[in-house]
Design a protein around this ligand. Structure first.
Ligand code: MD5
Ligand code: FE
Length: 209
């Protein structure tokens, strides 16, 4: 399960009921305020994933309290349900109850991948603290590319992420380059209520106030 120091993959961590409930909640959050959209990068290019944020809004490359590049609405808070899930995730992944108790994510980014969406290799470094990032996958499977902290290139490890999988990135892995080079259409299960595409929910501690 430990792919690299601090990077722990837990296949099948979410129950089907939890996945179904999260899909429904994501549908509600996607409607807004601060609705799901393709983020436009400074280059003018549009990200292929669609993203909705809770707690803090992410736009390249900073966090704000309103959805500055969408409708400028105040971003809804991270619900206690997700904070609880994040604590359980960290405790389970690291087999360390105290690490779970000490984890308080204040931002959630939800990425929706359609058949053609990708995420290029990048680092998540707009947060000011090094607390772990919790990643939950629902729907279609994908290849997740876990790289190194120096560059977007090799060495990297490709891991297949399936619906229900948990990944926690902490310690030396927190600032590694990573991406999603491909999603596998039609590999999800209708049972979770997502007929196509992949949802990724990340929980983060920003260290901002
Ligand atoms: C995804 N999302 O599957 C991924 C999961 C993002 C993003 O990359 O920025 O929204 S989060 C993967 C992640 C986060 C922090 C560190 C590392 C991976 N890592 O060290 O590999 O949509
Ligand atoms: Fe990332």
């Amino acid at each position: 399960r430990e792919v690299a120091p601090g990077a722990v993959h837990v296949p099948g961590w979410l129950s089907l009921d939890e996945q179904r409930a999260l899909v429904e909640l994501c549908r509600e959050w996607a409607r807004g305020p601060a609705p799901m959209r393709h983020t436009v990068l400074p280059s003018g290019g549009q990200m292929s994933v669609r993203t909705v944020c809770l707690g803090w809004h992410w736009s390249p490359y900073r966090y704000s309290r309103t959805a500055v590049d969408v409708d400028d609405a105040p971003v809804p808070p991270v619900p206690d349900l997700l904070v609880g899930l994040g604590r359980r995730a960290v405790a389970d992944a690291y087999e360390d109850a105290a690490a779970g108790d000490g984890y308080t994510p204040d931002a959630t980014l939800i990425n929706f991948y359609d058949d053609d969406a990708r995420m290029g290799m990048h680092q998540d470094k707009d947060e000011r603290v090094a607390a772990p990032i919790v990643s939950l996958s629902i729907g279609d499977a994908c290849t997740f590319r876990f790289g190194n902290c120096e560059s977007r290139g090799r060495p990297y490890t490709d891991v297949r992420l399936e619906s229900g999988d948990l990944f926690v990135f902490g310690g030396p892995s927190r600032f590694a380059f990573h991406g999603v080079p491909v999603v596998f259409p039609g590999t999800g299960s209708a049972e979770v209520g997502l007929t196509r595409g992949r949802l990724n929910i990340t929980l983060r501690a920003t260290g901002l106030e």
